[in-house]
Ligand binder design. Structure first.
Ligand SMILES: [Zn+2]
Length: 332
């Protein structure tokens, strides 16, 4: 009996010693986790200082060369690439401020091209479209070159230093070509919610060619395109509800759609069928499926055609920006 008690005491001492040893490991882990949170917190709320963005290291995707440019010289190439120079000067000014904000936000959040020591690249598919002055001028008709380039410089130079801020930080200033009448809340496109990127209406966008479009594809092509993405896709076109929009977002875009035996989002259907936007309706006839589409682009943030339309109604750049981004301020 005595021996048993002795053994138990020894086991107890060994167990206590073991707990004493591993407690430091757990404590260390907690300390490290807190440290990580603190680093995240600091990155997210790093004080914005406009002076940090005087020059931009631009990556040319055609040859992987990096060119260092003053921010506003870089913006000439962005504005002239992103918005038609024939648009109203107030719309171009709004675009210049949006592009400046977008650029700074991208760099603050961490460049995609850090390994090449570049801040941003010239591709609209990756970062933001940019075109050299030489190439831009060559694409305009000769008698318009001087007038258009002066407008681009004026749009950027007259808004120097202006950045769109929300709670003192540059915003994720998304923009697109034509909202088809109403913009989309960011969470319906990418899932991420930003309070300043909500759905707003703009009249007058129907005056632009990018407002309405159609895509007609044969039933056979529809099957091919769906099977490229989903090998288990099946559809019975004899059924009335073989393709059915199940739900729209507040802005009128397709949120959920049933195609044959599958359900997908409007954003994905847009990609699969090459539609200009997710704001569409569908008609099916004997051989074809027709998508009637409104707007051009993801629909989030500033609409370029909407901005031009508002400028024609007398809005200045300040009012245009405040129409598209909620509860923001523009820094001086
Ligand atoms: Zn890029």
């Amino acid at each position: 009996m005595k021996n048993k008690i002795k053994k138990l005491i020894i086991y107890f001492i060994i167990l206590m010693f073991f707990i004493f040893c591993i407690k430091d490991i757990f404590l260390q882990k907690v300390i490290e986790t807190n440290a990580d949170d603190e680093i995240l917190f600091q990155t997210e709320y790093k004080e914005f200082d406009y002076g940090d963005y005087k020059t931009i290291k631009l990556l040319h995707t055609s040859n992987n060369e990096i060119e260092e440019l003053p921010l506003d010289i870089y913006l000439y190439g962005v504005v002239s690439s992103e918005m038609p120079a024939s648009f109203e000067i107030e719309a171009l000014r709004a675009q210049a401020i949006v592009a400046r904000t977008y650029t700074i936000y991208k760099i603050m959040m961490g460049s995609k091209h850090q390994e090449l020591n570049a801040d941003i690249c010239d591709s609209s598919l990756c970062c933001q479209a940019w075109i050299s002055k030489e190439n831009r001028l060559a694409r305009w008709e000769e008698d318009k070159r001087k007038e258009y380039w002066n407008k681009i410089e004026e749009a950027v130079n007259s808004t120097i230093g202006k950045v769109i801020l929300y709670n003192g930080q540059p915003i994720n200033a998304f923009f697109h070509s034509n909202s088809g009448g109403s913009t989309e809340a960011s969470e319906n496109v990418w899932g991420g919610k930003y309070d300043y990127l909500q759905s707003v209406e703009t009249s007058g966008e129907d005056a632009y060619t990018s407002y309405a479009s159609e895509i007609v594809i044969s039933k056979d092509d529809l099957i091919v395109k769906m099977r490229e993405k989903y090998s288990n896709f099946e559809i019975d076109f004899s059924k009335n509800d073989c393709i059915k929009i199940l739900e729209n977002t507040e802005s009128g875009r397709v949120k959920k759609i049933k195609i044959g035996n599958l359900e997908t989002s409007g954003v994905e259907a847009r990609t699969i069928f090459g539609l200009k936007s997710a704001k569409f309706t569908i008609e099916i006839d004997e051989n074809n499926v027709k998508f009637s589409v409104l707007g051009y682009g993801h629909g989030v943030g500033l609409s370029q055609c909407g901005s031009d339309s508002l400028a024609k109604k007398g809005y200045n750049y300040n009012q245009i920006i405040k129409h598209y981004y909620k509860d923001i301020e523009i820094s001086e």
